[in-house]
Design a protein around this ligand. Structure first.
Ligand code: CA2
Length: 145
């Protein structure tokens, strides 16, 4: 099983600023965490981060026929991007949404998730662990459990 993990804008700054919200660990730490969670689950993952909405849309489109599922943290595009929602719907691959922070307890403008409307499950406010849970959930889903 091949999984594509997509991370949106500013997540490359993890560990640099806003440590109170997003923690001390860096984006490289996150990528290593995801790789090791996937390896433990016996899955192959590719990880892609971009600050550009269109680049994320391109990756989602290109996932068709290559990946079995998508784990996505669209970051701020979560709350604005109908383009990412449409791309997820268009490819119709099982997708799981992840947010490091508990967006349900944050500002009103974070209370809508467009991407989430095309996802089969969301893991919110669990930090890095949310990515592991998303990978395990996708694996179970793909195995028909
Ligand atoms: O909690 C999450 O994972 C978010 O997707 C993170 C986004 C935010 O816009 C979403 O509402 C929730 C922001 C990612 C920015 O990450 C930073 C990391 C370090 C310093 C500044 C921003």
């Amino acid at each position: 099983m091949n999984i594509l993990v997509l991370n949106g804008p500013n997540l490359n700054l993890l560990g640099v600023r806003e440590k109170g919200i997003y923690g001390e660990r860096s984006y490289d730490d996150l990528a290593a965490f995801i790789q090791s969670a996937a390896a433990e689950a016996g899955l192959q993952v590719d990880i892609f981060q971009s600050n550009h909405e269109g680049a994320l849309v391109d990756k989602i489109q290109q996932a068709l026929g290559v990946y079995d599922g998508i784990v996505i943290n669209p970051a701020a595009y979560t709350h604005t991007s109908i383009a990412i929602l449409d791309a997820l719907k268009a490819v119709n691959l099982p997708a799981v949404e992840v947010h490091l922070s508990d967006v349900t307890r944050r500002e009103p403008f974070r209370q809508v998730s467009y991407a989430g409307m095309a996802c089969i499950k969301s893991f919110i406010g669990m930090g890095f662990e949310g990515y592991r849970q998303a990978i395990l959930f996708l694996k179970g889903h793909l195995q028909g459990r």
